[in-house]
Ligand binder design. Structure first.
Ligand SMILES: Nc1ncnc2c1ncn2[C@@H]1O[C@H](COP(=O)(O)OP(=O)(O)OP(=O)(O)O)[C@@H](O)[C@H]1O
Ligand SMILES: CC(C)(CO)[C@@H](O)C(=O)NCCC(=O)O
Ligand SMILES: [K+]
Length: 252
């Protein structure tokens, strides 16, 4: 059995790869106070029949080495996806291609593969928010990184020495309490940032294009965004599935 795994800064996401090459429904687990590695070990123990893992992570080399060791002990073949200059139809736009977050690279692979010849903008709303542009021919034009929804609010609260609180319930632009003013302020700040960044990017890209919204906050942000955004929380699972399929083919 093949497992597709995305280890982000806050949560572990995974799917089983089905026989037809489709990922099963994505599952997610927040690390909370535990190290990310502990969640990965739990996952390996929960799937004793797994023989191959395609992993994307944005964590440390120590994490990667420890996952490799855990897989070796269990006889699991591990493919950890890296950002490279050119692969799977994507030409990486970074000066140093390896410095592009591997999650961003996998998101671009997925979006480009399913865009049917259109350009795309991938907006990954996780701990951080990343906005990446890929032309119709697979050229990654580059992208931006900004603090995510929860992180923006947490940073503000942390600086206020316990005086402030927040709520993301019932957002509105005319907030009538501190907690809603902060929750709504962060939410509409991010909504405006995403709309503004996309507008600026689109101005320099071929039309028409597809805007794909993924990550833990995608569904929460979607209702407030003006225009067409395709919500696909499991975008990276599709990228990992495509990469697994391509890799298997080159080695057979
Ligand atoms: N059940 C949940 N537990 C924790 N966070 C959640 C949950 N549901 C939604 N979220 C939101 O999802 C965000 C994390 O999203 P996601 O899992 O895509 O990030 P990540 O991959 O860990 O981070 P990054 O990609 O930036 O490394 C959190 O900041 C939070 O706002
Ligand atoms: C920006 C994050 C944290 C988003 O998950 C990740 O993609 C990352 O650690 N990237 C490395 C830096 C970069 O992409 O330029
Ligand atoms: K991510």
């Amino acid at each position: 059995m093949v497992l597709l795994v995305d280890a982000g800064n806050s949560r572990l996401k995974w799917s089983e790869l089905g026989a037809a090459g489709n990922p099963s429904a994505q599952q997610a687990l927040a690390y909370g106070d535990r190290p990310a590695l502990a969640s990965v070990i739990d996952l390996l123990d929960a799937y004793p029949t797994v023989g191959h893992i395609t992993l994307v992570h944005v964590l440390t080399q120590l994490f990667a080495d420890s996952v490799q060791e855990a897989c070796d002990q269990r006889g699991i073949q591990l493919h950890s996806v890296r950002s490279v200059a050119r692969a799977y139809g994507i030409t990486n736009g970074y000066q140093n291609p390896a410095a592009l977050g591997a999650d961003r690279f996998v998101g671009l692979v997925a979006a480009h593969h399913q865009a049917n010849g259109f350009a795309s903008i991938v907006i990954d709303c996780g701990t951080a928010i990343t906005v990446d542009a890929v032309e119709s021919d697979g050229r990654h034009l580059g992208g931006l990184i900004l603090p995510g929804l929860q992180l923006s609010a947490d940073a503000l609260i942390a600086r206020a020495q316990g005086r402030l609180s927040l709520s993301f319930e019932h957002p509105g632009i005319f907030a009538d309490s501190t907690d809603r003013a902060i929750g709504s302020g962060c939410l509409f700040g991010i909504v405006g940032a995403i709309e503004g960044i996309c507008a600026r990017m689109q101005h320099r890209m071929s039309a028409p294009l597809v805007r794909v919204l993924t990550g833990g906050d995608a569904e929460h942000l979607r209702p407030w965004l003006q225009g067409d955004y395709q919500v696909q929380p499991d975008l990276l699972m599709h990228g990992l599935s495509y990469i697994t399929e391509q890799t298997a083919c080159t080695s057979c």
